[in-house]
Design a protein. Structure first.
Lengths: 330, 669
């Protein structure tokens, strides 16, 4: 109870203090008001040093000692200003984000543009929730730099980019300036493709050939390995002849189905007692497998009913429907 | 193969890490270099060798020495410091330890934190150099070193591309230049305390040359060869004549046949000394160089009291002034002096007894001479002695012959050559032998006025000894027997009174040096003025000076006229800034922005990606009165034409269009 309260209070304070806001559409310019600054550990050490220098100058009555102490102190103040200015007035804009499968890292592309008259060095970017930023970039005068930030994904659906923290310590490292920005950017997260999924349902309804193992019956040659191919289909004999470490490629045995090649992926035909996410997961795997094997497939999920087709557009439409199942109304 | 090629290749072969580390090593060397002047030789050598070792490690990309090697080395070094200084806690030993620590730390740099430690150590070591030197040159070197240190620190902060060294140096110099105004403000305004905060170690102050409180033949002439500064004086009013510039210091009354010393205090209780002064007081400020002793010097006759903020000043019956503690820092004080004065005119014979005593059994021929010269009045007796000095072949020299047991006899009858202390001493002995109370006063006489800043410099070579005799009704009266022998000494300075040797045997050089209008003399005055300003304003900017300066500043700024001027200047800056801020956006864009803001209030916010056409289409869908709709339509059309059309380029069109937009804007509400 108490820790939860504390967290909430802390969250509210942070939100108020650092003006944390929701995603902002379009380009955002980091005005000075959005830049926060505090001394680093080295900066605190420097303060102690200044104190020691001041005491030394006082004790020995060193006129020049005072001059050096005040100069060094003023340099720290100038550093503070320059560090804040190293971040301020940078123009931030969201870039693109490619769809990914759940469990993979979503990559968000961000653009940092510098329209001021000063080069910016050592600007660190990272998602706030992931701790200290690990991506760093320089932005020259009038230039722009693209940074790709990775964020782990969990659930399918739209993943909005989390809050980004920009940090800089340039030029002297005595101060750390930071700023927050939530880019208006989202990535589509496809369901996780089920592992060890049952084979493709080669004809939705019962066919003459009988049950579902059609499509794996007749050996029809080998082809290059593609991610997702089951281990047991690897053509070990051929692989052994071409050692992958010396340039050979993994190859997979390819099986032809029976004569009946109508592949229909229908959500409704999956067992009714299966978990929803698992069903989506299986459908995803099947879409991938069908694409891989270039088997035209039709797809049915709720209101989506795509005729038999093949290719990136078809694949993307199917996966998108799977990803957003149950969320589209929103 | 030419040098630039070599340089380029050398630079290309240096990775970033290496060049950064080398820069740090150079900065450390710059910090250490001035210390080599006073550090023990072995410390300097160890530091250099360690720096070279570190440079080699960097260049060859080798590993740093392990701790088990570094630790014993540093312990041995510490023992060495103890052996050299016999302590680890003194000032000089502390500096030596810091220097060694810095170089060893460079060998033990692993993380970013260590870099800061090295930079901070360097900064502190830079400060410790001021124990030894605080000249203008040192200040210049400090600024350069600070810039290089900042460059080194900055170099480690780059994460991607690193600009060339020159640009980094320029960036660091920019930081320093930007810091200057604030540093100046802090220097002037930061509250100063009167140090020291705690007792200084014994080696904090080194020996000084200067006036002592005894006088034997040769003690003043030893000072006369020193060109060192004794004190500087600034007169508030006109500078008195050179022959009036007697800087009274110590009064010597006891004579044991060889050495003059101050009177035995136990014999002389503190009394009230009556001073009658006439004329206007000469107000002057003296900046005394550290003497390591307690004596203060001031224009004769200052007093009877002297007040120095932060110091306890004692004054004696003979009108000498001294501080409670030895003067180890430059000391500034202000006094008023009267050129016409009478001291203790109504003294009783008992009170004058101490100034008639002579050591028995010394100088029989002198006593005999005194009997011959004796006149009825003290003044006439004095005149007789001075006449003797003037008429008989006495000479003034820096290198007098050695004197025997009866020093005054020897001087008056054999050598007849001496410096001011010989004349003053002999004169006082003669006067006492004639029954006139007399004593020796030591101090300085004269000084050199610097026409550049109006300060009078008094050097050790101006050290002087003269005499005082007591005359009934007139009190103690100054008599300078040296003036009888070498009037030049009093009128100008020592250099003119002594026979001169031309430098390198080249007479024109001598003339150049002595002529106050020659370029050499002018240059010398300029440098002296610069040094003095440096001392006055930077090195001796103490709490007292700070207070008076801030008061002056306050008075200057408290004046209504200057306040009005400041307000006007601030207003102008503000206006200019505002104007510049307003000028920046295109008026057309500003109008469009205003329009968008206006419409946003009605719920139709322009999306960032939306152009005027699509926005207009969206706005059309919103219910509104027909006038408003027409105005909006017109506004957007006109905006599009001005912004993107060909007609927009022509300036008249543009101006008319802008005017039209302005009138349309309120209609769209």
């Amino acid at each position: 109870m108490l820790p939860a309260l504390k967290r909430r209070i802390q969250g509210a304070t942070n939100k108020w203090l650092f003006q944390l806001r929701d995603s902002e559409p379009g380009e955002v310019v980091l005005v000075m008001r959005r830049v926060f600054i505090l001394p680093t550990k080295a900066g605190l050490g420097f303060a102690v040093l200044l104190l020691l220098m001041l005491i030394g100058s006082l004790n020995y009555n060193l006129g020049l000692g005072f001059a050096l102490t005040f100069f060094a102190g003023s340099c720290a103040v100038v550093d503070m200003l320059l560090t804040a200015k190293n971040l301020a007035m940078l123009a931030l804009a969201p870039g693109r984000a490619q769809p990914v499968f759940a469990g993979e890292e979503a990559l968000f592309e961000l653009h940092v543009a510098n329209r001021s008259k000063r080069d910016r060095f050592g600007v660190w970017l990272g998602f706030q929730q992931l701790g200290e930023p690990r991506n760093v970039t320089d932005v020259a005068v009038g230039g722009s730099s693209a940074v790709v930030l990775a964020c782990p994904t969990g659930e399918r659906g739209w993943l909005t980019a989390p809050r980004v923290r920009l940090v800089t310590r340039f030029p002297l490292g005595l101060f750390r300036a930071w700023s927050y920005w939530r880019p208006d950017l989202k990535a589509l997260v496809y369901p996780f493709p089920e592992q060890d999924a049952p084979p493709l349902p080669m004809s939705g309804a019962a066919s003459e050939d009988g049950h579902g193992t059609v499509g794996l019956d007749n050996f029809a040659g080998i082809r290059n390995y593609q991610p997702g191919d089951p281990m047991r289909h690897l053509a070990w004999r051929q692989i052994a002849r071409h050692d992958p470490s010396v340039g050979g490629q993994l190859v997979t045995k390819h099986f032809d189905g029976g004569a009946v090649a109508e592949l229909r992926l229908d959500f409704a035909e999956l067992p009714w007692n299966m978990d929803l996410e698992q069903k989506l997961s299986r459908m995803t795997r099947w879409v991938l497998e069908a694409e891989q094997r270039s088997l035209p497939y039709s797809f049915r999920l709720a209101q989506h009913d795509f005729g038999p087709a093949l290719g990136d557009a078809h694949r993307a439409a199917c996966l998108r429907a799977l990803a957003l199942f149950g969320q589209e109304a929103a | 193969m030419n040098t630039p090629g070599l340089l380029t290749r050398a630079r290309a072969s240096l990775t970033r890490d290496k060049s950064d580390t080398l820069l740090l090593l150079i900065a450390a060397l710059m910090v250490l270099a001035p210390h080599f002047l006073h550090l023990p030789l072995w410390v300097s050598l160890t530091s250099c060798v360690t720096l070279l070792w570190r440079a080699r490690i960097t260049m060859q990309g080798k590993r740093m020495p392990p701790l088990w090697l570094l630790l014993p080395i540093s312990i041995i070094a510490m023992a060495g410091v103890y052996r050299s200084f016999h302590t680890l806690l003194g000032r000089d030993s502390g500096v030596a330890m810091l220097a060694l620590l810095l170089t060893f730390k460079l060998l033990e740099m692993h993380a970013r934190r260590d870099l800061f430690v090295v930079i901070f150590l360097s900064l502190f070591l830079l400060l410790t150099n001021f124990f030894y030197s605080q000249t203008l040159l040192t200040a210049g070197a400090m600024m350069v070193t600070l810039t290089v240190l900042l460059t080194a620190q900055m170099s480690f902060q780059y994460t991607g591309a690193v600009p060339p060294l020159l640009r980094r140096l320029r960036a660091a110099a920019t930081v320093v230049v930007l810091a200057a105004p604030l540093a100046l403000l802090m220097f002037i305004g930061f509250p100063r305390l009167q140090g020291p905060l705690w007792g200084l170690p014994g080696d904090a102050h080194s020996a000084h040359t200067g006036m002592t409180d005894t006088m034997a033949p040769g003690s003043v002439s030893a000072l006369a060869t020193s060109d060192e500064l004794a004190f500087r004086v600034r007169f508030k009013g006109p500078v008195p004549d050179q022959s009036q510039l007697y800087w009274r210091g110590i009064v010597l009354s006891d004579y044991d046949g060889r050495t003059w010393t101050r009177i035995n205090r136990r014999r002389l209780p503190r009394e009230h000394i009556e001073i009658q002064a006439s004329g206007t007081a000469v107000s002057h400020e003296i900046t005394l160089e550290p003497t390591g002793k307690r004596w203060l010097f001031a224009l004769e006759l200052s007093g009877p009291d002297m007040d120095i903020p932060g110091q306890t000043v004692n004054s004696s019956n003979e009108l000498e002034f001294s501080t409670y503690a030895n003067i180890s820092e430059r000391l500034r004080y202000e006094t008023h002096a009267w050129l016409n004065f009478r001291i203790h005119a109504n003294a009783t014979p008992e009170q004058l007894q101490p100034w008639l005593a002579l050591p028995p059994g010394f100088n029989p021929r002198t006593l005999e001479l005194a009997r011959q010269l004796r006149q009825p009045s003290g003044l006439a007796s004095s005149q007789a002695v001075l006449d003797m000095f003037r008429k008989q072949p006495f000479s003034y020299t820096l290198e007098p012959p050695l004197l025997g047991r009866d020093a005054v006899d020897d001087f008056l009858f054999n050598s007849r050559a001496g410096f001011c202390e010989h004349y003053a001493g002999a004169y006082v002995v003669l006067m006492r032998a004639m029954g006139v109370p007399a004593r020796v006063v030591t101090g300085y006489q004269g000084g050199e006025l610097n026409p550049v800043d109006g300060y009078l410099s008094v050097r050790q070579s101006d050290a002087h000894a003269w005499a005082e005799i007591w005359l009934p009704g007139a009190g103690w009266k100054r008599v300078d027997p040296t003036g009888a022998v070498a009037p030049e000494r009093i009128r100008s300075n020592l250099a003119h009174a002594l026979p001169q040797q031309a430098p390198f045997g080249f007479t024109p050089l001598l003339e150049l040096e002595n002529d106050p209008h020659s370029w050499l003399a002018q240059l010398r005055f300029q440098i002296a003025a610069l040094n003095n300003a440096w001392n006055q304003w930077v090195l001796d900017y103490n709490p007292d000076r700070q207070r008076s300066f801030l008061e002056e500043l306050g008075a200057a700024f408290g004046h209504p006229a200057s306040m009005a001027g400041l307000a006007l200047a601030a207003g102008l800056v503000w206006w200019w800034q505002r104007r510049r801020g307003q000028m920046q956006p295109d008026p057309l864009d500003a109008l469009y922005q205003a329009f968008c803001r206006q419409q946003a209030r009605y719920g139709v916010t322009r999306a960032p990606h939306e152009g005027p056409l699509s926005y207009a289409a969206r706005l059309r869908a919103v219910p509104a009165s027909s006038e408003k709709r027409a105005a909006m339509e017109q506004f957007l059309d006109l905006y599009g034409a001005l912004k993107y059309g060909v007609a927009g380029a022509a300036s008249q069109h543009r101006r008319a269009g802008l005017q039209k937009l302005k009138t349309l804007l309120p209609l769209c509400r």
